[in-house]
Design a protein around this ligand. Structure first.
Ligand code: DGL
Length: 264
């Protein structure tokens, strides 16, 4: 039996990353863990996010996963080193793939938007500063965007107003590419793109993560044309999360279970 790939997010936004991984690696089995009981991570301290992320990873390791994809920008920003130390399998975060995708656009001025934690950690700023080609970077925390995404207001006049408040300074600065540094933000693309205009590129990590897994971990991937299974686990399955899960997947999940990971 092939071992699954573990995908972890603070909530259900990471299903956007799971979707890209499934499309790229249809033969793989996946276990997705959304820590909905403890969401949001974006407003919490580094220490708490590290503790939650290590706890979630221990739970996923119990499923015998061969690779851990941290499909949460806040956890990738604060906890990647802690996770590397805590588990015995390779760990892939979303920051590096997002940065690679932004650099590939050729932009000289790159904006990063994310949760307060992601921006405060400066993980994106550091990753962008370390590139061979120098780029200018401006980073903006957008705490009101996650609730708007969860409300399903990805294409909505109120989201346009809020996004304009956060993004107008980046546009005035001359940003060419904006990294959507939060798993929820791809759900807001229609409003975000309308606000920044058609010439500014919005990049998210979902496809880029899949490319990075293909490039760096091909030895772990399952060959063959079987169709892999997906198991979704949430630490809380309120009606709200089930509704968002359905809207991201475009259907009911095949297998969804509520799990208690506190003892992991
Ligand atoms: N998944 C988180 C991220 O990508 C957003 C939601 C949260 O604050 O937990 O940063």
């Amino acid at each position: 039996m092939s071992r699954p790939i573990g995908v972890f997010d603070s909530g259900v936004g990471g299903l956007t990353v799971l979707g890209a991984l499934r499309q790229r690696f249809p033969a793989e089995d996946f276990v997705y863990l959304g820590d909905t009981a403890r969401l949001p991570y974006g407003t919490k301290s580094a220490t708490t996010v590290q503790r939650y992320a290590v706890n979630a990873a221990a739970h996923l390791e119990g499923h015998g996963i061969k690779l851990l994809v941290v499909a949460c920008n806040t956890a990738s920003s604060y906890a990647l080193d802690a996770l590397d130390r805590a588990v015995s399998i390779p760990v892939v975060g979303v920051v590096e793939p997002g940065v690679r995708a932004a650099i590939a656009t050729g932009a000289a001025r790159i904006g990063v938007i994310g949760t307060e934690g992601t921006i405060r950690s400066e993980a994106y700023q550091r990753a962008l500063a370390g590139r061979a080609a120098p780029v200018e970077v401006e980073a903006v925390a957008c705490p009101l965007l996650v609730p708007l995404a969860e409300e399903g207001w990805g294409d909505h006049p109120i989201t346009d107003q809020v996004a304009d408040y956060y993004l107008a300074p980046l546009v005035a600065w001359g940003v060419e590419t904006v990294i959507l540094g939060c798993t929820h933000y791809p759900l807001l693309r229609p409003s975000l793109q309308r606000v920044v205009g058609p010439r500014i590129q919005l990049v998210d990590s979902a496809t880029a993560v899949a490319e990075m897994v293909a490039a760096d971990h091909s030895d772990l991937l399952s060959p063959g044309d079987r169709e892999g299974a997906v198991r979704i686990e949430l630490t809380d399955a309120s009606d709200r999360f089930l509704r968002i899960t359905r809207s991201i997947l475009g259907r009911d999940p095949e297998e969804l279970e509520v799990v208690d990971i506190d003892q992991a």
